[in-house]
Write a protein that binds this ligand. Structure first.
Ligand SMILES: [Mg+2]
Length: 116
């Protein structure tokens, strides 16, 4: 299945507007919702060691997929509501990251850009 950003946004807007939920979807509530859904993703791995995380991910991929989609849905809608084209924003940030993390300095290490 190949969805375009436009199709996704139309479905998100319709889902929200059919339920008259825009009144609840101010930027603060959307940002809170993103963090709540990110926490639900994190909960999937809570108390598990490295090996258990790998096993859990394999056997609970559907639940993990749902949490990732929940985060994305709120993220896409927040962006749309405040006039940000999310693909353009990702493209811009990747350009900045390429400058912040030049391959010759960042390859093979997880240091933050200001520690490279
Ligand atoms: Mg969720």
């Amino acid at each position: 299945m190949e969805l375009t950003l436009n199709e996704i946004m139309n479905r998100i807007r319709k889902f929200r507007d059919d339920r008259d939920w825009m009144q609840f979807h101010d930027p603060k509530n959307m940002a809170i919702s993103i963090v709540i859904e990110a926490s639900e993703l994190l909960e999937q791995f809570q108390w598990k060691n490295e090996k258990e995380v790998v096993d859990h991910t394999i056997s609970n991929l559907e639940d993990i997929k749902d949490e990732i989609a929940d985060i994305a849905l709120y993220l896409f809608e927040l962006s749309d509501n405040i006039g940000i084209n999310i693909l353009e924003a990702i493209d811009n940030k990747m350009r900045k990251n390429n400058i912040k993390y030049p391959v010759e300095k960042a390859k093979g290490n997880a240091k933050k850009y200001n520690k490279l």
